[in-house]
Design a protein around this ligand. Structure first.
Ligand code: GLA
Length: 742
């Protein structure tokens, strides 16, 4: 039993393997957050003492006692306009003008299994591991009910939350804010870690002190965005990779989000996360309900590394539904950086043939195969083959690729339309544009109005036809612009504020139908690289193209930032040509392989253009990737360096769950002058066991023969003393060390 109700004290304890989360109903019915942290045997209600706070109003019931202001209560779901001036979790106005919410306890239920969020992805529970707690709160003036859902995943140390806001009154309610979760932390020196970026530089790590006032991580781009990922960590100032208290807050949402952190006058910290209320409103007729996206919370008392591994396991086990979480995904070659729009059947076949010779298993045909798509100015929306490039259609090409013994995959960007397309000419009103205003253009394309069912139905038809008529085993689902000029021609004037979220619901509906109808197709998410890298997209596609930046050095930092919240199995990573197309940098082919071998592995260049030695390197990379597949996709991931951009090198390690094998990777971004060989303390091994260095490969540099030929070390020695690498000099050398328990 992971949810325990202590009836007398009206306390709920949610217990996972290592953590406990506790809340209580106060005498006046406030739902108070008591504690979230390492598991203890105690009830934690002693932590909370109501007190008076100057200029913070007290509840009416306590007016003569002048004690117990809600402005100082740690709240489970903060109200608004009712005495708590900190971040609110919900904002609502009734038709008669009553604004805000003073949430008080009504009832609760404990249910077996995991609640689901309708119309949106949410964590699932395959083995009946989870339990659900529903706590019902109500504001009596507005009649607004907040049903707080908590699911406890004991094994993975995760608690998920979502909220259902119900109009329990006789009149309409306009929601202006509907957060997924509110988490109050005690006074202390907290840091906020968030993952910001831009196109080709996603999920860069920034760690800042939580300041007095409000800090916001958000997107109002209609996508979770390259710019700010919907995931933050709050940790103690002293917390590091292997030490200290850390809390993760991750949204299972792909649209505009907002995660706010407020340190208030008494020094406590509140974090509220959900849909971005700046671009949101929702109309609730009497009896109607609104469901928020889910938030995934996790706590680690042993540093950031543990927190990341908890998220990795959780996402692999309870978020990614695809059968390719268990079945092996093929090593692929994608023609984008090899040809861009300039290809025909002969060129594609040539790329496939060369790749097949080296062991590549799937050919992915990227942008440009459809409509009149010869550049990015036309064709989006016309999901039928461009016969000028591929004479006779896709089938003859697919048959030839299949005859080589390779699978075939394809690129689509269904949410978009070019003005120069048959689709736009037939349905100009299907694009999101504001009447009377010229829309802002991005990549010369517009966004289709997925808030409209007829648009989603049409897209389903077009894509289902593509998949039914052709032997396509993989789909790369791209999204190459953000939403501006949001106005739906199908939506009443007073409900236009619902369009951004309805767009996301339409996208989920489309993905749900397609992934259900074509369960054998491997979907890979993409949005100009990693511009929609979030847990909700991982529900539909077990991997996401991590970035359009394929430079083996810049990718280290992008993948490191990504690793804080997301598992390596979710990262699409390719070896590309040099000089790299994004940075111009030249790195050894071996190092490009080491960097890319941290996720769903593939190639993105014309392998036929490589030298014989490079081809041999590719052959051996693929063989090694197969050997390490389970470690990379299912092993525990350890950052051996953190915030590596400021270091000379980046290193990381995979360890199998049974600690029987491990893969250590190191890339030297800047050679070390006047210093000895690099020594790195390994992690996650069995200290009692002995490990043999089965293979150590150095790429991009010929090290002198080691003086010490020792090959077997105890786990304790490798973790406490470290592994000593040979000197690595030159341009971006790297090393990969494979260890096995003996
Ligand atoms: C996006 C993707 C790329 C490629 C192009 C094609 O930028 O991230 O990988 O598919 O679109 O236009």
């Amino acid at each position: 039993m992971s949810i325990i109700y202590h009836q007398e004290q009206r306390i709920w304890t949610l217990e996972t393997r290592h953590t406990a989360y506790e809340m209580q109903v106060s005498k006046l019915g406030y739902l108070i957050h008591l504690y979230y942290g390492a598991k203890t045997a105690d009830r934690m209600d002693f932590l909370f003492e109501p007190y008076d706070l100057g200029f913070s109003p007290n509840p009416y019931e306590l007016r003569t006692e002048k004690c117990g202001t809600p402005d100082a209560y740690p709240q489970e779901y903060s109200g608004m306009n009712a005495g708590d001036f900190r971040l609110s979790s919900a904002d609502a106005v009734t038709a008669s003008g009553i604004r805000g919410a003073d949430f008080r306890y009504v009832s609760h239920e404990i249910l077996p299994g995991k609640y689901r969020v309708s119309g949106m992805p949410s964590a699932f529970d395959r083995d009946d591991e989870a339990e659900t707690l529903v706590i019902r709160l109500r504001d009596k003036a507005a009649g607004l009910i907040a049903e707080l859902y908590y699911a406890v995943f004991e094994e993975t140390d995760v608690i998920t939350r979502a909220v259902r806001l119900v109009n329990g009154s006789e009149e309409a309610i306009e929601l202006g804010k509907a957060a997924s979760a509110c988490l109050d932390l005690p006074e202390g020196d907290w840091d906020l870690i968030h993952f910001h970026g831009k196109h080709t530089l996603e999920r860069q790590i920034e760690r800042v002190p939580v300041m007095t006032g409000i800090q916001t991580v958000s997107s109002k781009r209609g996508a979770s965005s390259h710019q700010q990922n919907p995931f933050v960590i709050l940790c103690g100032r002293e917390a590091s990779e292997d030490f200290g208290d850390c809390y993760g807050m991750m949204l299972v949402y792909s649209g505009s989000h907002r995660i706010e952190t407020e340190k208030e006058q008494s020094g406590t910290v509140r974090c509220v996360a959900g849909i971005n209320d700046e671009t949101f409103s929702w109309h609730l007729a009497p009896g109607e309900a609104f469901e928020t996206p889910e938030a995934i919370l996790s706590f680690s008392g042993t540093g950031l590394g543990t927190l990341s591994r908890q998220y990795h396991r959780f996402i692999r086990k309870h978020i990614c539904r695809s059968k390719y979480m268990h079945e092996r995904r093929p090593v692929l070659i994608n023609n984008w950086e090899a040809t861009y729009f300039n290809f025909d059947e002969t060129k594609i076949l040539h790329i496939a043939e060369e790749a097949k010779k080296l062991g590549v298993e799937m050919m992915v045909l990227d942008d440009g195969w459809f409509g009149t798509r010869d550049d990015d100015n036309s064709g989006l929306g016309d999901w039928f083959v461009n016969e000028r490039k591929l004479r006779g259609g896709l089938t003859p090409l697919i048959e030839k690729i299949n005859a080589l013994g390779m699978k075939f995959g394809i690129w689509v960007e269904p949410e978009m339309v070019n003005e120069d397309s048959d689709l736009y000419r037939a349905h100009p009103d299907w694009a999101l544009t504001v009447p009377g205003r010229d829309p802002a253009m991005s990549r010369n394309q517009l966004v289709l109005d997925l808030s409209r069912k007829e648009v989603v139905d049409w897209l389903y038809g077009a894509l289902a036809r593509l998949l039914l008529d052709h032997h396509i085993e993989y789909v790369k689902w791209d999204m190459n612009r953000h939403l501006s000029d949001i106005y739906s021609r199908d939506c009443p004037a007073d409900r236009q504020g619902e369009v951004p979220h309805r767009y996301v619901l339409g996208l989920y509906d489309l993905l749900e139908r397609l992934t259900k109808a074509f369960p054998d197709v491997l979907f890979e998410g993409c949005a100009g690289g990693g511009g929609r890298f979030d847990a909700a997209m991982l529900y539909y596609s077990p991997q996401i193209w991590c970035s359009d930046n394929t430079d083996a050095v810049e990718r280290l930092y992008i993948q490191e930032g990504t690793s804080y919240g997301y598992p390596a199995s979710a990262v699409g990573a390719h070896v590309s040509a040099v000089p790299n197309h994004q940075t111009g940098r030249i790195t050894p082919i071996g190092t490009r392989g080491v960097t890319a071998m941290s996720g769903g592995f593939g190639y993105e260049l014309d392998l036929g253009k490589l030298t014989e030695a490079e081809k041999e390197a590719v052959r051996s990379q693929i063989a090694r990737y197969h050997e390490y597949y389970d470690l990379i996709h299912e092993g525990d991931y350890y950052r051996l360096t953190s915030d590596s951009r400021r270091l000379t090198h980046t290193a990381w390690q995979f360890v199998s769950e049974d600690k029987g094998s491990s893969l250590v990777s190191l890339v030297m971004a800047a050679p070390r002058l006047n210093s000895g060989p690099l020594r790195l303390r390994l992690k996650g091994l069995d200290p009692e066991a002995s490990y043999e260095v089965v293979r150590m490969e150095i790429f991009g540099f010929e090290p002198p023969a080691p003086k010490n030929g020792r090959k077997v070390f105890s786990g304790a020695a490798l973790m406490s003393g470290g592994f000593v690498f040979p000197m690595l000099w030159g341009n971006y050398p790297s090393a990969q060390v494979y260890l096995k328990k003996v």
